[in-house]
Design a protein around this ligand. Structure first.
Ligand SMILES: NC(=O)c1ccc[n+]([C@@H]2O[C@H](COP(=O)([O-])OP(=O)(O)OC[C@H]3O[C@@H](n4cnc5c(N)ncnc54)[C@H](OP(=O)(O)O)[C@@H]3O)[C@@H](O)[C@H]2O)c1
Length: 240
């Protein structure tokens, strides 16, 4: 799907990758960009409509959904990453609330619009979804679970004509990984890679140089083959 004349909603749109996604969607000709943020947001382009949207706040999610009447692409981008060692359950719960249940609730709220447009859901995940980064295990668990959820959504929504994409991000230069002294791609590179992958209809999108290095093996691997095999159960159940 290309972005020309499309309506897109991006969560966590005020900084980092979310902010770059807003600008890249505009550059690609989006007709309207709903920018979900927790605080106030100003943007010079009149095609940007700010939406107050804490993804852990069900009443804000419902209010935001009531303000949108058409949607082609939902990008679940908002996320948190906190250093931990699995000893603090509040930290694990926080990751699950924002990175797993947040996208789950936001998706359900906007699903009627996405079904109507036969649109796309894009979940911004991480290489840590494929293998844990043990300095942020709580984060890794939440992203692995969100990948699993993305795969089920893909199977369940296929018959509705809604496509579901997982973005497997490598290190990107944002506030989130300030502490990591490693080569990082720019947010602009990530945003371009995400929309390029969506245009190509890729189920898993590997938008930066580090993530691209595992793209081929992921696509040819056992997990992908099993996903396809298991998805067939949804089709056979639907066919009676
Ligand atoms: N940067 C990387 O290297 C990297 C790598 C892999 C995956 N990712 C993923 O990419 C996505 C964006 O990350 P980033 O690097 O751009 O992070 P970032 O610069 O830290 O920005 C995080 C964004 O999420 C928002 N957010 C946090 N909690 C929220 C909540 N409860 N409700 C709504 N919005 C919330 C923040 O809003 P506030 O300003 O209000 O806090 C902010 O806009 C995340 O899902 C992250 O896991 C990033």
């Amino acid at each position: 799907m290309d972005m020309e004349n499309k309506t897109v909603l991006i969560t966590g749109a005020n900084r980092g990758i979310g902010r770059a996604l807003v600008d890249e969607a505009l550059r690609r000709g989006a007709r309207r960009v709903y920018a979900g943020t927790r605080g106030p947001l100003q943007h010079s382009d009149e095609r940007v409509t700010p939406l107050t949207l804490d993804v852990t706040d069900e009443s804000q999610i419902q209010k935001a959904a009531a303000e949108v009447d058409r949607l082609d692409v939902l990008i679940n981008n908002a996320g948190v990453a906190i250093y931990d060692d699995l000893s603090d359950f509040e930290v694990i719960e926080k990751h699950l609330a924002v990175n797993l249940l947040g996208p789950a609730h936001v998706t359900q709220a906007f699903l009627p619009l996405l079904k109507r447009s036969k649109g796309a859901i894009v979940n911004n995940l991480s290489l840590a979804a494929l293998a844990p980064l043990p300095v942020i295990p709580g984060y890794s668990i939440s992203k692995a679970a969100a990948l699993n959820m993305t795969q089920s959504m893909r199977a369940l929504l296929a018959r509705e004509g809604v496509t579901v994409h997982a973005v497997v991000l490598g290190p990107i230069d944002t506030d989130m990984n300030r502490g990591f002294d490693i080569p990082k791609a720019s947010t602009e590179t990530a945003a371009r890679g995400i929309f390029d992958g969506l245009e190509r209809g890729e189920e898993e999108i590997f938008p930066d140089p580090v993530s691209q290095s595992v793209a081929e093996s992921w696509r040819a691997g056992a997990a992908k083959a099993l996903e396809r095999q298991f998805a067939a159960f949804v089709r056979s159940a639907a066919n009676g």
